[in-house]
Design a protein around this ligand. Structure first.
Ligand code: ARG
Length: 586
């Protein structure tokens, strides 16, 4: 197996540490953040000073001597720096090949991926609720989930993307009662907008507050639906159809696609069985009429896992099932019917207790799939409060994507781009939507962030448009060149010895791709890939400012074209892994 550049440098320097300071001495090799610190840095000497009873700089001197003595093929020079760091520079010829060949970018090709090939991973993401518009709260789950799907497929996992719609909630009783009162037939409901259905629901809610007869009717309708009564089911189906039409439009805009749509309703006939099963296994018991799982009464079955702080109610006193019951049925099915090895729940941080409880119960049931709550913070407005629409509701997602597309169009107009053609309409959409996706994914997913449309559509700085533009600029330059020249050139003919510092820096940046993808996929953190792409785009700018490409000749031209080609390929591959659509012209 060929290692990534970081993998190779780390492994070699680690051997020097082990032979000098013992097997346990960790070299801690990382990429340097600044060019004058070299390409890589070994930081391990600081921690070794105490156990070795010597100054870190003395240890670093010894490492440098060791590296020189080994004469590694990749090394150009090594130096001691600061309080005891070892900075190393690599020879261009040792990694140009890695940088330029797309084949070596797959983490599997360099052993950097932690998940074995073929691992079956189910990703539960997006999951909006029926008869309501998707709002800004659905943005993060949708784009993070989609990116994880693409990243895990890229590292050769077998991924199932499941949209677990909230399509069996208690709001249906009210919707059904109000629809009946307003004389709305199923066929009419199916063609309503979700905004209209939200209105229907609001009217029902207000009325149920002080009209007990209406509230009772709503409860009866809910019971009818749960009993499978035909009329109620027909209305429910119509509400699902209306929802599906609109959420599909949102997904088309975002470029998001699922493999299955098993909403809560898919599991509805299993809820009673789940509760019976828990009771008969002694995992749940009746408490004041409800059925409850008390974790601290089952510590032995938790196998060392911490007991969640609150009990899990799985059936209410009135006999109704809950979100918890539905998720237990879902978890069992994903283990037993879908044979998932791992399940990722991409849901906001506020549901963390629910998932702790669910996963603990899964453990008690002996379900094998490894479960992770991939949680994330909120999207805030520029004033730091939750992002609202002018009407005061949470901002609808479609409105937000429209606004971003419009803003992208304005920016393109400022640049004198002809906006009449279909191509530029598509481009404005890709840039606007891509800007929103990128602004979300470049954040550490655990933090909240402020949604600032002007900033995220900017063509400068760490933004989607900046990266899309970097790609389009290279693509348009490469269109001026006979395409065979830059792809076919062999390493020998590229004469990498004569590469200038900016070319080397770009190649070093490109060679980090497999590590970045692997880190992002391993940690389920797309921002690690976003950071990498941004650094590639920046190194490209520096290279392009310093080096003439089309104006150069012979081996130099071939090498620079190869770098341009690889940069374009890598930006396209990486941006697609984040869920953006690249455009060829801007
Ligand atoms: N529909 C839920 C909500 O809007 C999210 C569902 C997440 N998935 C799950 N298996 N609980 O909060």
């Amino acid at each position: 197996m060929t290692l990534s550049l970081l993998g190779r440098v780390s492994a070699d320097i680690q051997r020097v540490f082990a032979s000098r300071f013992g097997e346990d001495a960790a070299a801690h090799v990382v990429r340097s953040v600044q060019p004058h610190f070299g390409h890589f840095q070994a930081n391990g000497c600081l921690a070794l000073a105490k156990p070795q009873k010597r100054a870190p700089r003395v240890l670093a001197e010894e490492v440098v001597t060791g590296i020189r003595a080994e004469g590694f093929g990749w090394i150009e020079r090594a130096e001691v720096a600061g309080p005891g760091f070892v900075n190393v520079w690599v020879k261009p010829e040792s990694f140009f090949e890695l940088a330029l060949s797309e084949r070596s970018w797959k983490p599997a090709a360099c052993g950097a991926s932690v998940r074995p090939q073929g691992l079956r991973v189910l990703i539960d993401y997006s999951a909006p609720n029926i008869a309501k518009r998707m709002h800004v709260g659905h943005l993060r789950t949708t784009v993070i989930g989609e990116s994880l799907k693409r990243l895990l497929r890229y590292v050769d996992c077998e991924v199932v993307a499941d949209n677990h719609l909230g399509d069996w909630g208690t709001n249906f009783g009210l919707l059904l009662a109000q629809a009946e009162d307003e004389g709305l037939a199923a066929s009419e409901l199916a063609t309503q907008t979700l905004e209209a259905l939200e209105g229907l629901y609001q009217r029902a809610r207000l009325r149920a507050k002080d009209d007990e007869r209406f509230a009772a009717k709503a409860r009866a309708h809910l019971a009818d639906l749960h009993a499978g009564e035909t009329g109620a089911l027909e209305i429910w189906t119509a509400l699902c159809a209306a929802t599906r039409k609109e959420v599909d439009a949102v997904y088309a805009r975002l470029g998001v696609a699922f493999d299955m749509w098993r909403g809560e309703s898919y599991y509805r006939d299993r809820l009673a069985g789940v509760v019976e099963g828990l009771l008969s296994a002694g995992l749940a018991r009746e408490d004041d009429g409800a059925v409850v799982v008390f974790f601290e009464e089952n510590l032995a079955r938790l196998g060392g896992m911490a007991a969640p702080k609150a009990p899990f109610i799985v059936r209410k006193r009135d006999g109704a099932f809950l979100y918890s019951t539905s998720d237990i049925a879902t978890l069992i099915s994903r283990n037993e019917e879908l044979s998932a090895d791992e399940i990722l729940y991409v849901v906001d941080a506020r549901q963390s207790l629910h998932f702790q409880q669910l996963f603990a119960l899964g453990k008690m049931l002996g379900l094998g799939a490894r479960c992770t709550h991939v949680s994330f913070g909120s999207v805030l407005g520029t004033d730091g409060s939750p992002l609202k629409s002018r009407a005061g509701n949470l901002m609808p997602l479609l409105a937000l994507l429209d606004a971003a597309t419009e803003k992208a169009r304005e920016r393109m107009a400022e640049q004198g781009i002809d906006l009449e053609s279909d191509v530029s309409a598509d481009t404005a959409r890709a840039v606007g939507v891509g800007a929103v996706i990128y602004a979300d994914l470049r954040q550490h997913r655990g933090s909240d962030y402020r949604f600032d449309l002007d900033k995220l559509i900017s063509f400068q700085g760490n933004s989607g448009p900046y990266l899309l533009y970097a790609y389009a600029r290279i693509a348009s330059m490469l269109r001026q060149v006979d395409s065979a020249t830059h792809v076919e050139a062999s390493l020998d003919s590229l004469d990498v010895h004569s590469a200038v510092a900016e070319e080397v820096a770009l190649a070093v940046a490109l060679s980090a791709f497999p590590d970045a993808v692997a880190h992002a996929a391993n940690a389920l953190e797309p921002h690690l890939l976003a950071d990498h792409l941004y650094s590639v785009a920046r190194e490209f700018s520096a290279f392009y400012a310093a080096c003439s490409v089309l104006g150069s000749e012979g081996a130099v031209r071939a090498r620079r074209l190869a770098l341009c080609h690889a940069t374009a390929q890598q930006l396209a591959t990486g941006l697609e892994l984040l869920g953006l659509e690249v455009v060829e012209r801007m």
